[in-house]
Ligand binder design. Structure first.
Ligand code: ZN
Length: 157
C-alpha cells in the first residue's frame, strides 16, 4: 500500500467519525441490537428494518442506523457499516462481515473491497479489532433477532 493510499484510507475513518452516516434511532426499525466493548468503553446500538423479499427471495435490510459513543474507530466503523449493509440480505451481510474481519485481522484487503479497506491498519493494534467489529456484531445479532446484548468479551475476536 502506498503512503498516499494509507492517507486516503485514514481520511475515510476521520470523515465517518466527523460526519457519521445514518446516526440516530430508526423509528421504523423492526430489529434492534446493542453492542458493548468494555475493553475500550465503546457502545453501539444498531437499528434496522428487515423487509420481506419477493416470494422465494430472502429478506433484505431496507433501512439501517446506529447510535453510540466511543472511540473514533468504533464509531467510524459503525457508520461505514450502515452504508455497506443497506439493501443486503442476512447472508450477504455475514459474507461482508467475514471479509471485513479478514481485513482488520490480516491487514490485507482485496482491491474491490473499497472503503472497508480503510480499517486494514487496525490489524497492527489487536486491541482495536474489537472496536472495529463492534457495530458489525450488533448488526449481525439484530439480523438474527438475538435479544442478548453483543459483548466483545463473549467471543475470541
Ligand atoms: Zn474503541
Amino acid at each position: 500500500m502506498s503512503a498516499d493510499l494509507t492517507e486516503l484510507y485514514q481520511q475515510v475513518i476521520l470523515d465517518h467519525n466527523r460526519r457519521p452516516r445514518n446516526r440516530g434511532k430508526l423509528p421504523t426499525a423492526n430489529r434492534v441490537a446493542h453492542g458493548d466493548n468494555p475493553s475500550c468503553g465503546d457502545q453501539c446500538s444498531v437499528f434496522l428494518r428487515l423487509d420481506p423479499g419477493a416470494p422465494g427471495q430472502p429478506d433484505r435490510i431496507a433501512e439501517i442506523s446506529f447510535d453510540g459513543s466511543g472511540c473514533a474507530i468504533s464509531q467510524a466503523s459503525a457508520s461505514l457499516m450502515t452504508t455497506q449493509l443497506k439493501g443486503k440480505t442476512t447472508a450477504e451481510a455475514e459474507k461482508l462481515y467475514n471479509e471485513f474481519h479478514a481485513i482488520v485481522t490480516s491487514g490485507h484487503a482485496p482491491e474491490e473491497i473499497s472503503d472497508l479497506a480503510a480499517f486494514a491498519g487496525v490489524h497492527a493494534f489487536p486491541a482495536r479489532i474489537k472496536c472495529a467489529t463492534l457495530g458489525w456484531h450488533a448488526a449481525l445479532n439484530a439480523l438474527k433477532n438475538d435479544a442478548a446484548p453483543a459483548t466483545t468479551e463473549s467471543h475470541t475476536d
